[in-house]
Ligand binder design. Structure first.
Ligand code: FES
Length: 226
C-alpha cells in the first residue's frame, strides 16, 4: 500500500488537455469532493504535466489501479468520483486503452478551435438570507454554478471565491474570527474585509460585490473584484 489509498493525477499543464477542458476546475471539483467525503488524508489529487497522449484529453490517471481516463468532461466527474475515486470501481466507459504503450499523441493543430462563448453581462444574483450565515461565520453557496464563500461580520457581509487559492481546499472548512479567514490545510490567512493575503499566504481571494436588500444577500456575477 502506498502513502494514499488512491492517487489521482489530472493533466493541467500538458499541450492539449487544458485546451480541451477546464482541467484546473476539474482539480478543484475532485478535491472538493474528496474533502466532502472526509477522505483528504487517504486520497490525493495532484495536478500533472503532460502524459504524452496529447489530443485524447482531458486526461485523468488514477493509482494504484493504473486506470487512465480520456476525453473526460465536467459531467463525467461525478461518476468518476463516486464510482472510482471514492468507491474503488473504475468507470469502464471512459477508460483509455490505446493498445500501444508509450506516447500516443494526435495532431490536433489542424482541428478548428470552437469560437469562445460570449461572457454574460454582470448582474445581481440572490445568494441567501443574511441570517443564514452566523455573525463572524462563513458559509459556501453555489450561485448560477459559481461556488462562493459568504463571510459575515458584525456589520457587513463579503463574498469570495470558495476555494483556497493555495491548493483549492474549501475555505468553508477553515475558521473565521471576524477579521481573518484561516484555511486550516496550510494556515494561509486572508483579511475578511478585503481578501488580501496575510502571514504566509502568497495570494489573496477574488471577491464579488455584495449587497444586502432587506435581509437578502445578492452578489454581482461577472463583475468580480480584483
Ligand atoms: S490549501 Fe489553503 S493553505 Fe494550503
Amino acid at each position: 500500500m502506498g502513502q494514499y489509498d488512491r492517487h489521482v493525477f489530472v493533466c493541467t499543464s500538458g499541450e492539449t488537455c487544458p485546451e480541451q477542458g477546464d482541467t484546473e476546475k476539474y482539480v478543484r471539483t475532485l478535491r472538493a469532493a474528496v474533502q466532502k467525503a472526509g477522505r483528504q488524508r487517504d486520497i490525493r489529487v495532484n495536478k500533472a504535466g503532460c502524459f504524452s497522449q496529447c489530443g485524447h484529453g482531458p486526461m485523468i490517471v488514477v493509482y494504484p489501479e493504473d486506470v487512465w481516463y480520456a476525453g473526460v468532461t465536467e459531467t463525467d466527474l461525478d461518476e468518476i468520483i463516486a464510482s472510482h475515486i471514492i468507491g474503488g470501481a473504475p468507470v469502464e466507459r471512459l477508460r483509455y486503452a490505446p493498445g500501444v504503450s508509450g506516447a500516443n499523441k494526435i495532431d490536433v493543430e489542424t482541428k478548428e478551435a470552437p469560437a469562445p462563448a460570449a461572457a454574460p453581462p454582470p448582474s445581481w444574483k440572490r445568494v441567501c438570507r443574511t441570517a443564514d450565515v452566523d455573525v463572524d461565520g462563513m458559509k459556501e453557496f453555489a450561485v448560477d454554478g459559481t461556488s462562493m464563500l459568504i463571510v459575515r461580520t458584525a456589520d457587513a457581509c463579503f463574498a469570495y471565491q470558495a476555494m483556497c487559492p493555495h491548493e483549492a481546499i474549501p475555505l468553508e472548512a477553515g475558521v473565521c474570527d471576524g477579521s481573518v479567514v484561516t484555511c486550516l490545510e496550510h494556515m494561509w490567512q486572508f483579511d475578511v474585509r478585503t481578501g488580501a493575503p496575510m502571514g504566509d499566504a502568497e495570494k489573496g481571494l477574488t471577491g464579488f460585490p455584495v449587497k444586502d436588500e432587506q435581509g437578502e444577500l445578492h452578489v454581482m456575477l461577472g463583475g468580480a473584484k480584483a
